[in-house]
Design a protein around this ligand. Sequence first.
Ligand SMILES: C=CC1=C(C)c2cc3[nH]c(cc4nc(cc5[nH]c(cc1n2)c(C)c5CCC(=O)O)C(CCC(=O)O)=C4C)c(C)c3C=C
Ligand SMILES: [Fe+2]
Length: 413
Amino acid sequence: MTTEQAPSSGISRRRLLGSAGAAGAAGLVAGGAAGAYASEATREAPAPLSSLGATAVPFHGRRQAGITTPLQAHGHLLAFDLAPGANRKAAAALLRRWSRTAKELMAGEAPPDDTGIALDAGPSSLTVTFGFGRTFFGKAAVTDRLPEALAPLPDFVSDALDPKLSNGDLWIQIAANDALVAFHALRALQREAADTARPRWQMNGFNRSPGATGRPMTTRNLMGQIDGTNNPKPADDDFERRIFVPERGEPAWMAGGSYAVVRRVRMLLDSWDHLSLERQEKVVGRRKSDGAPLSGGTETTPVQLDKVDKNGALAIAGAAHVRVAAPASNQGAAMLRRPFSYHDGFRDDGAPDAGLLFIAWQADPMKGFVPVQRKLDLGDDLSRFLRHEASALFAVPPGCAPGEYVGQALLEA
Ligand SMILES: C=CC1=C(C)c2cc3[nH]c(cc4nc(cc5[nH]c(cc1n2)c(C)c5CCC(=O)O)C(CCC(=O)O)=C4C)c(C)c3C=C
Ligand SMILES: [Fe+2]
């Protein structure tokens, strides 16, 4: 489920509908003489998609898509609250509708009553990922299934949180390599929430587009740093244990799932951009140009935290971000960081309202995000340039088999 696959057929129902519509429209504009051309064109198969458009990520599987899937270029994060009076049964019906639609959209299919926003486009690596917030369990009367790991996150020194942009009963992460495909999914899912759930907040983010660089590279954030290098890798022995709830984990409905910490972290870009390159690199502990650690080597060379330079000073400073955040500094605590950048215009003081939609995935937030953020709070040079403005924690259940829906074991067991 986590690896991208070429679609089984290059031509989806959505693409056939789209090109037939376009050809029809061309015929109308050109008038009668073009009619023969129009009907001929209608019968023609559309041109093959580029690999960007054609790539489909399967919806069904052991894990939900969008956790270990390669980062896409466009992302929408949406939180919903259950509408007053919406009960467990209504929530179950909503998750069933959402799962069916997500499956169709991820395959490049047009759902019934389609808006047409993504006509002509392929699935474009669309992923849709669903999660449950702590407040869901009381409203849906399933408090007996509330995971311990969904305990509220503690307060942090660097928090300046906006409650209206935080938490939420239900969460959807939508991501795709095409902006219209991503918005199309957002609109379809929001329409299906109907009277059962109301939007609480939305955040829109982006990453590098595939093909923008000469070779596939780790993405950069808005501070210009290569960001994501030292993430746990699926090939690591302890990857599954760190990121996903074990098969015999508690509660049973979360076995194979993961917990997503979502933080909207504004960057103080005006202050940051005033630092010299040398200072910026010291704050992080890596070179800006290629992401290599200041202890030497290339981007992927393991960081040597004990390395000293010829003057006897630490090559990676005591308060450098990579030192303070490293598992070695946090009793092994680790998380999979899978963020999007955001830019929401400018603030009243003229500063960019921009930063990182930081999303951290882990089997247990108390062994991932929480201890690391506590440590960063105490003495991380980078934190001086960051403001945590929104926060949420969601239980993201495992994926589902054909005929099932995400969260079924929570809502029907
Ligand atoms: C609580 C966890 C973390 C927050 C919040 C966080 C914010 C944040 N980080 C960057 C930029 C970089 N982070 C890098 C590495 C890194 N960051 C965290 C954790 C948090 N970051 C970890 C666990 C690590 C890996 C440390 C290690 O083991 O080496 C890097 C270096 C490149 C990389 O490995 O990804 C950068 C750059 C920003 C801009 C930011 C908030 C906006
Ligand atoms: Fe970081």
